[in-house]
Write a protein that binds this ligand. Structure first.
Ligand code: ZN
Length: 254
């Protein structure tokens, strides 16, 4: 019985996650084009036909319609159901750590903003200021909900990565985008300095690996977005930072 209730709870959180993921797709598509994301129905990017309500069920509609627009038959990008699915999984993962709580709400809202930043930076190489400002809300709320991260640690967190990045950008223009620097400054306040370092370390490791891969592939485009890797680092540090740092120190018997 307890297992069944647990299962229903997780299923509920997952459904909430994919529905919100569906809304994130709208934000990711519309914000870079400057279209309002609160007004107007979703429409097919090919034929502009509005998407009917019963064709707009997250994840399932994609498979029901076999990945094609119901009106013009042109393929729907697989990333739409993937973003929905991923948002659902993130919702469950955070629920597994925090249960039903304000902590869940705050960490999940940070997660949704990070998903939008990841996809938009990937698409356009730009992190919209509006999303970094939006991230300030969960960052400020985390100050009250996670009192174990002290104010000094948070203030140092703002600068510990952003300042070196800023200085590096003065010497090597375009080393990092302004959006990356603002993002890690806000995330640093949310994480505290230890987890901010961890987030940047994970981001640099992943971003560095992809950069090396792109060099080996000799792709013509020298630019790559760093934001997505930074976002993965921030999310990992938010959820598992303390466990990872503890594990790391244990390795050296500290
Ligand atoms: Zn269409």
């Amino acid at each position: 019985m307890v297992e069944l209730i647990q299962f229903i709870l997780y299923l509920y959180v997952f459904v909430v996650g994919i529905v919100i993921g569906s809304f994130l797709n709208v934000i990711i598509y519309r914000v870079p084009q400057g279209i309002s994301f609160t007004k107007g129905r979703s429409f097919c990017p090919h034929c502009q036909a509005p998407i009917k309500g019963y064709h707009n069920i997250p994840v399932f509609s994609y498979f029901w319609l076999r990945g094609k627009c119901a009106d013009c038959g042109k393929p729907i990008a697989i990333r739409y159901p993937l973003v929905e699915l991923f948002t659902g999984l993130i919702a469950i993962l955070i629920f597994a750590v925090y249960g039903f709580s304000f902590q869940w709400l705050v960490v999940f809202s940070a997660g949704t903003i990070l998903i939008c930043i990841t996809m938009i930076d990937f698409d356009t190489m730009i992190i919209p200021n509006g999303l970094v400002i939006a991230l300030m809300a969960p960052a400020l709320l985390s100050f009250f909900l996670f009192p174990e991260v002290g104010i000094l640690s948070r203030v140092i967190g703002i600068f510990v990565i952003s300042l070196p990045m800023l200085i590096l950008t003065l010497f090597i223009p375009e080393a990092f985008g302004g959006g990356d620097i603002k993002l890690i400054a806000v995330a640093g306040f949310m994480l505290g300095w230890g987890n901010a370092l961890l987030a940047a370390f994970i981001g640099l490791l992943l971003g560095g690996a992809v950069a090396v891969y792109l060099l080996v592939q000799k792709t013509k485009d020298k630019h790559m977005a760093f934001g997505p890797y930074l976002c993965i680092g921030i999310m990992t540090a938010l959820l598992f930072g303390d466990i990872i740092i503890q594990w790391y120190f244990n390795l050296f018997g500290l």
